[in-house]
Design a protein around this ligand. Structure first.
Ligand code: SF4
Length: 191
């Protein structure tokens, strides 16, 4: 059957010719899914945890037969004056933050010279962190600069805060780091 370019465009994919006349079957593509994945879900509100823009989220959850609550979907809140329903690519993956099986949920440690990482406890990780901070600070603390001025600063450690810090967390982190003598402080939102 000969079909002109004009006829083809006017018929459309589900036109009178049918998919078979075009060489493929469109039946599967034209079947409409009758039920929404979020049908009957409970709607909730949350905030994107990734940065200080503070985009609002809408969450959809449903209680399963086993009593567990399943998180079905997260998307931008259209009623938010901040993001008006939109999310940046990072925020749009918020669902993965909660449900991804690849998410690292425990500290990993690679010993000096080791090729691989091993799972360790939080107690081990925090103890190791504290010891490394202490030794790095002791090794790099400067009391006087080249001109003899008293500076009392730690030049061997840098600190980068997360953009999801609240003001209080940022204040606390800055106080702690300045207390250690750090001068190299940065923030995710600036880098
Ligand atoms: S990371 Fe993206 S979606 Fe999340 S608050 Fe920041 S700008 Fe909004």
């Amino acid at each position: 059957m000969d079909v002109s370019r004009r006829q083809f465009l006017s018929l459309g994919p589900a036109g009178a010719l049918g998919g078979s006349a075009l060489g493929f079957d469109l039946a599967a593509a034209t079947r409409v899914k009758q039920r929404l994945r979020i049908e009957g879900a409970t709607l909730g509100h949350s905030l994107c945890p990734y940065c200080a823009v503070g985009c609002s989220l809408v969450t959809y959850t449903r209680k399963n037969a086993d009593g567990r609550t399943e998180l079905l979907q997260i998307e931008g809140d259209p009623d938010s004056p901040v993001n008006e329903g939109t999310l940046c690519p990072k925020g749009a993956t918020s669902l993965q933050l909660a449900v991804s099986r690849r998410r690292v949920a425990q500290p990993l440690y690679r010993a000096p010279g080791a090729a691989g990482w091993q799972r360790v406890s939080w107690e081990f990780a925090l103890d190791r962190l504290a010891r490394n901070i202490k030794s790095a600070r002791d090794a790099t603390f400067v009391t006087q600069d080249a001109d003899g001025n008293v500076v009392n600063r730690c030049e061997g450690i840098a600190f980068a805060g997360g953009a999801a810090f609240s003001s209080e967390e940022g204040y606390l982190a800055t106080k702690l780091m300045r207390g250690l003598g750090l001068v190299h402080l940065e923030q995710q939102a600036r880098v």
